[in-house]
Design a protein around this ligand. Structure first.
Ligand code: MN
Length: 231
C-alpha cells in the first residue's frame, strides 16, 4: 500500500438509485451550450457553434437534497438543470454510433453558476473556472443505471423555484445528443470509468436566492428537490 504523507482525500462519489453501492467520480465535464433556446438567450448562434466544454472538480457533485450551500463571492447564483451522463467504460476517439455503449447511467443534476463572475470572465477573456467550479457547484440526484432507464433521448427537462417553473425543455432539443457529446469529449481527452458529463441546459436559467426551494427533473430519469442555503 502507498504511504501517503497526509490522509488521502475521500473518493468523490454519487449515490446509485435502489442500491447502497455508490458510483465513484473521476472527472466532471460540462457542455457549455447545448440547447438552441439557451444559446439564443445569451446572444449566441446555436447553429454555428460546435460544442465546447469546461470542468468541475469531482467533489463539486453533492447530493441534490436537503440544503445545498450558497457559494461565496457571488450575488447572482444561477440554476442550470442538466441531464448527467455517467461513463462506465473508458475510451478515446469514440464513434457516435458506439458512444452509448460507454454509458453506465444517468442522473439529474444542476450546473450551479456564479453568473456575475462568469460575466466578468467573458468580458475580460478570462477562464470560467471561478464561475463554474466552486464547492457544491454540481448538486445531483442518484444515478440510474442504463439497465433501468435505458438511454433517454426524449422527455421533459425542467426546473422550478418555489413551485414556479423556470426551465422547461425537452431532451430532443439537444443540439448535440448524448452520443455526439461523448464522441466530442473523447476526441480531446481519453474518457475513463467514473467520468461524468453534464450535457447542457435548456432556456430559462435564472437567479437562486437563500431559502429558495428548487425542484427539478428529467422525464424517465428522476426528480430532485433541495433548498438553497444561507448566503
Ligand atoms: Mn451548464
Amino acid at each position: 500500500m502507498t504511504d501517503f504523507v497526509i490522509q488521502p482525500p475521500a473518493q468523490a462519489s454519487v449515490a446509485v438509485a435502489g442500491s447502497d453501492a455508490r458510483f465513484p467520480i473521476r472527472r466532471v465535464f460540462c457542455v457549455g451550450r447545448n440547447y438552441a433556446a439557451h444559446a439564443r438567450e445569451f446572444g449566441n448562434d446555436p447553429d454555428r457553434d460546435p460544442p465546447f466544454f469546461f470542468t468541475k472538480p469531482a467533489d463539486a457533485v453533492v447530493p441534490a437534497e436537503g440544503t445545498v450551500a450558497y457559494p461565496p463571492l457571488t450575488g447572482n447564483l444561477h440554476h442550470e438543470i442538466e441531464l448527467v451522463v455517467a461513463i462506465g467504460k473508458g475510451g478515446a476517439d469514440i464513434k457516435p454510433e458506439q458512444a452509448l455503449d460507454f454509458v453506465w447511467g444517468y442522473a439529474v443534476g444542476v450546473d450551479m453558476t456564479r453568473r456575475d463572475l462568469q460575466d466578468v470572465a467573458k468580458k475580460m477573456s478570462r477562464p470560467w473556472d471561478w464561475s463554474k467550479s466552486f464547492d457544491a457547484s454540481g448538486p445531483s440526484g442518484p444515478l440510474h443505471p442504463v439497465a433501468s432507464v435505458g438511454h433517454p433521448a426524449k422527455g421533459r427537462i425542467w426546473l422550478a423555484v418555489n413551485g414556479e417553473t423556470r426551465q422547461d425543455g425537452n431532451l430532443d432539443e439537444l443540439i448535440w445528443p448524448v452520443a455526439d457529446v461523448i464522441a466530442y469529449v473523447s476526441q480531446s481527452v481519453t474518457l475513463a470509468p467514473g467520468d461524468l458529463i453534464f450535457t447542457g441546459t435548456p432556456a430559462g436559467v435564472g437567479e437562486l436566492r437563500q431559502g429558495d426551494k428548487v425542484t427539478a427533473g428529467v422525464e424517465g430519469v428522476g426528480e430532485i428537490a433541495f433548498t438553497v442555503g444561507k448566503r
